[in-house]
Ligand binder design. Structure first.
Ligand code: DX5
Ligand code: ZN
Length: 217
């Protein structure tokens, strides 16, 4: 399976978002991971659709908008208009309505998927697997960059890949987000993930292109 690297701009200088997304493209990234936080679902506030719209023209890379917000259904249209290519929503925020929201995002012409937090059983994402274009397993508690990878996430990734195989979608994108670096990425990929989010590892490195290449495992 193709390994895709999705650097999280959360770890970058917000004064230069346009330049940053351009730089990510030049340095071999596959997606731009955009961490949207609302101060409710998670304590911090980052940026919203207006900021995404502002840096959208500065790269051709797909924008992967990870919505850590309490009422994602009220915001998805704005992110579609802003130029998002993927919108992922938390099962903890949407509950049984997760699949409805994924359908709504699809109807707006954008790829969609579900996200599961570390304390949530991986089974909670299973009902969304048939419909999703990408599934996201959080490997840190959402809200902050620079945390340590939670090792129990590996079992969850394995279970999720097995389930994808079982339902006849063995190649479904499984993204993992939080605490990933060039040392632990191999374990994440062996567990069955193929889309790697990395914030600190990419933006704190002295050679972005080399780090992105090494994150491919
Ligand atoms: C956490 C975010 C992650 C995180 C990744 O809420 O969803 O994208 O910032 O950053 P690192 O790689 O620093 O853990
Ligand atoms: Zn994220």
């Amino acid at each position: 399976m193709k390994i895709k690297i999705a650097p999280s701009i959360l770890a970058s200088d917000f004064a230069k978002l346009g330049e940053t997304v351009k730089l990510l493209e030049e340095n071999g990234a596959d997606l731009v991971h955009c961490d949207v936080m609302d101060g409710n679902f998670v304590p911090p506030i980052t940026f919203g659709a207006q900021a995404v719209q502002a840096f959208r023209p500065h790269t051709r890379l797909p924008l992967d908008c990870h919505l850590m917000v309490l009422h994602p259904e009220t915001h998805v249209e704005d992110f579609v208009k802003a130029g998002a290519d993927y919108i992922t929503v938390h099962v903890e925020a949407c509950g049984e309505k997760t699949t409805n929201l994924i359908e709504k995002i699809h109807a707006l012409g954008v790829k969609a998927g579900a996200v599961v937090n570390p304390e949530t059983d991986i089974e909670a994402i299973f009902p969304a697997c048939e419909l999703s274009d990408m599934l996201l397993v959080m490997s840190v508690h959402p809200g902050w960059g620079g945390q340590k990878f939670i090792p129990e996430s590996l079992k969850k990734i394995e279970k999720l890949r097995d389930y994808c195989v079982k339902i006849g979608r063995p190649e479904l994108d499984i993204e993992v987000d939080g605490g990933i670096n060039v040392e632990n990425v191999k374990g994440v990929i062996s567990a069955g993930a193929n889309v790697i989010v990395a914030g600190s590892a990419v933006f704190n490195s002295s050679n972005m292109a080399e780090t992105i290449a090494r994150l491919r495992g």
